[in-house]
Design a protein around this ligand. Structure first.
Ligand code: DGY
Length: 303
């Protein structure tokens, strides 16, 4: 993000790694000079990178999800790190709803229909699926999952969720397994954090448990869903459709999905509004400032 880079540059001695023609050579020569690192889901931090930064003390992750960070390796070195929770919750939940409404009502497909001249040529756009009053299942009832659920209340939906444990302060039904939730959902929205613990939580079996009229919406991480199983279910029309903002191997989107009109494909834009990205940038910098001023991050990741 340009404004983040400019703001970092104004306050710190910044070296944008992606501008280096040979980042490896640059790090080999100068890596020992860095004490802080700013990264995001698109800039993985693994043990090999850490080895090139022997004096690194702090990492500020531009984003709430930190599955691109090798947390064990970071902790083993005693490095602290922050993320950007809360500030992106609403926009990500909004996007989940935009995607859900789009795939259910065929908004993007209808728009393509108009642009292609099909309407003008006298064709009828096929009937789509009602959203209001249906069953909404949410995998992962964290900040973003809860914001998605609250929006679902406005649509008069019956809301249920699956997570590590039931949450006492919500009025929604809890399912102990993602299969049970899938079987009880017209819309299954994935909002669980990525990483090793949730890899393929939405497995082949979970996808098979979805009713044939169900839609799957993923605004979390591609890794949470068994993408090959999802693609097969969509191609074989075993579920009604999917709206995806995230993929297993971004920016690669499974070829088979490109031809399907009942699939909405977005380029990982959950938090991508000017307002939210600015708030994320501000929080990223505020974390670094606080760390270098008094040794404490504002939003450290401690789990
Ligand atoms: C996040 O915050 O984890 C998003 O996926 C990236 O903006």
């Amino acid at each position: 993000m340009r404004s983040l880079e400019a703001a970092l540059d104004a306050e710190f001695d910044l070296a944008p790694l992606w501008r280096q023609a040979d980042a490896d050579a640059f790090l080999a020569a100068q890596g020992a000079g860095f004490v802080g690192l700013v990264t995001s889901v698109w800039g993985p931090v693994d043990a090999a990178l850490l080895a090139r930064l022997p004096n690194l003390r702090v990492i500020a992750n531009f984003g709430v999800g930190y599955d691109a960070l090798d947390v064990a390796a970071i902790r083993a070195r005693g490095i602290v790190f922050s993320n950007t929770p809360d500030v992106l919750t609403d926009c990500t939940a909004d996007l989940a709803w935009a995607a859900l409404l789009d795939v259910a009502r065929g908004v993007s497909a209808a728009e393509r229909f108009v642009r292609r001249g099909d309407w003008a040529a006298g064709r009828r756009f096929p009937l789509q699926t009602r959203v209001s009053g249906k069953r909404l299942g949410i995998v992962g009832l964290g900040r973003i999952g809860r914001a998605i659920a609250r929006r679902g209340e406005g649509f008069g939906m019956r809301i249920a969720y699956h997570g590590r444990r039931p949450q006492a302060d919500v009025p929604y039904a809890y399912h102990a397994t993602p299969q049970a939730l899938a079987a009880d959902s017209d819309f299954l929205v994935i909002a669980a954090a990525g990483g090793a613990q949730t890899r393929h939580l939405v497995s082949r079996e979970v996808i098979a448990a979805l009713p044939p009229q169900a839609f799957l919406v993923n605004v979390a991480r591609g890794s949470v869903v068994d993408e090959a199983a999802l693609v097969a279910a969509l191609v074989e029309r075993r579920i009604a459709g999917a709206a995806l903002d995230v993929y297993a191997h971004e920016p690669q989107v499974p070829e088979a999905l490109l031809a399907l009109d009942n699939v909405v494909l977005l380029p990982h834009i959950g938090s991508a509004t000017r307002e939210t990205r600015q708030a994320m940038a501000d929080l990223t910098i505020a974390n670094l400032r606080a760390y270098f001023r008094d040794g404490r991050l504002l939003t450290p990741v401690t789990d």
